[in-house]
Write a new protein. Structure first.
Length: 460
């Protein structure tokens, strides 16, 4: 009996040891590993940007720019598969890991060339494209988040592990897609072409973070797998190179950690701010119609636009004090209410949408039809609003006495037939009232320019 008890701990230790050996064998990175020198040579071959490689980059940038321009995810993914941008970024991490200063210089030089060519190419495209509106795919590349950091880190780890295998897989193209190196550079080009420095610096910041963490992950795997370091005949030369590599690594890693910390802090702040709005800004007769979050390490701000019954100063003060409960100590709360001079337009738009929905509710059978209908109405409303200034300038050429002009869609109620309709209504004020012939000519011109069957014209 005692012998059996003594054998039990031995059996448990044996099982644990076998389990550890099993997992060690499963997770062994040396299994199927390519010769280190072959892997280093493989990385070196993908560093250079000249000849065909450079032209491929330019064409890929054009494709990605078009994809961002027309908001096509499939086109953007295709461009990232074509792009050879991963090469010099992994080369930087490899060079730091094996103390190869010459490889580091080549990688930095070629990365600089690639970035410069990419931004110039995308700037050229966005300078001439007739579609100058920033789409959702483009806007998504203007502000990095903690998820971008994690994607770049783990994507870079996957890339260098796949690159060190004897049998190359499709992991590296997958990393290029996941880390999205090319779209931020195209977005930076869009920022330059449109003069929007916020887009430029935000997108370039995202590209920088992706590049740093891919290089860092490459460096970590190279060190972990004990890749052979470059040997020098001159010991002094070796110490100098190691010193430069160490300084470069620290200059890369320390700012990246600081940037990652700031991104994490901002992510937590935004989550707390959204939770505050959802929890505390819930009133029976007042509705939040817009919110704007502005993060800063020193002083952040939450700007809320309300519609409906006004809330008093005591309630606003209570909300300001409540910020501390949500860990928003250095945050200022600004509330805009109906009648403050900033929400009337939003109220009008809300009323228009409500009216449009109520008038056509019987025609709408399901959710998709509702969304499609409202999007169409909004598009028509926005289009007519954009036309006003252009139409006014054109009308001024043919009617010099025109002083002011307005154009909008209006709901007209026909009391005799007990129904209502939406018509395009124009208002024109002249220095001197024009004659009937000129009014008819002005109205006919409006119909042609707005492509509307009916235009209701009010002359003053």
């Amino acid at each position: 009996m005692n012998q059996q008890k003594e054998n039990e701990p031995v059996g448990i230790r044996k099982n644990i040891l076998m389990a550890l050996l099993f997992f060690k064998d499963r997770f062994d990175l040396h299994e199927g590993k390519e010769d280190e020198l072959e892997t280093i040579d493989y990385v070196k071959k993908n560093i250079e940007f000249k000849g065909a490689n450079l032209w491929i980059l330019i064409f890929a940038i054009f494709v990605a720019s078009v994809g961002l321009n027309v908001n096509s995810t499939a086109v953007i993914i295709g461009a990232m598969l074509i792009s050879p941008l991963m090469g010099p970024i992994m080369g930087i991490g490899m060079a730091a890991g094996i103390n190869d200063f010459e490889l580091l210089q080549r990688s930095l030089k070629n990365l600089g060339i690639a970035v410069l060519i990419s931004i110039l190419t995308s700037t050229l495209y966005f300078s001439f494209t007739p579609l100058d509106e920033a789409q959702s795919e483009l806007l998504a590349r203007t502000e990095p988040s903690i998820w971008d950091v994690l994607i770049a880190l783990f994507g870079g780890l996957a890339g260098i592990v796949a690159g060190s295998r004897k049998e190359k897989s499709n992991a590296i193209p997958g990393v290029a897609i996941a880390t999205a190196l090319m779209p931020p550079l195209c977005t930076a080009g869009y920022g330059l072409a449109t003069g929007n420095l916020y887009y430029f610096f935000g997108a370039f910041y995202l590209f920088f973070i992706n590049s740093v963490f891919i290089s860092l992950s490459t460096y970590l795997i190279v060190r972990f797998m004990n890749f052979p370091k470059k040997e020098f005949l001159d010991p002094k030369r070796e110490q100098t190179v190691k010193r430069y590599i160490t300084i470069f690594t620290l200059l890369t890693v320390i700012p990246s950690v600081y940037l990652a910390y700031n991104i994490v802090t901002r992510t937590f702040w935004e989550r707390s701010a959204k939770e505050f709005i959802k929890t505390e800004m819930d009133f029976p007769r007042t509705q939040v119609i817009a919110s704007n979050l502005v993060y800063s390490s020193d002083s952040s701000g939450i700007e809320i636009s309300l519609i409906g019954e006004r809330i008093d100063d005591d309630e606003i003060q209570r909300l300001q004090n409540k910020l501390k409960v949500f860990s928003l100590d250095k945050t200022h709360l600004k509330i805009k209410q109906s009648g403050d001079g900033g929400t009337d337009l939003n109220m009008l738009r809300s009323d228009i949408l409500k009216d449009l929905y109520e008038r056509n509710e019987l025609l709408i059978q399901n959710k998709d039809q509702k969304i499609s209908f409202l999007e169409n109405e909004l598009s028509q409303y926005a289009e007519s609003s954009k036309q006003v200034m252009d139409l006014a300038k054109e009308a001024k050429i043919n009617h010099s006495g025109l002083e002011s002009f307005s154009l909008n869609r209006a709901v007209v109620a026909d009391i005799t037939q007990n129904k209502q309709d939406t018509v395009l209504m124009a208002y024109a004020k002249f220095r001197q009232r024009p004659n009937n012939q000129e009014i008819i000519r002005f109205q006919d011109w409006l119909k042609i320019r707005t492509k509307a069957d009916t235009v209701s014209l009010i002359i003053q």
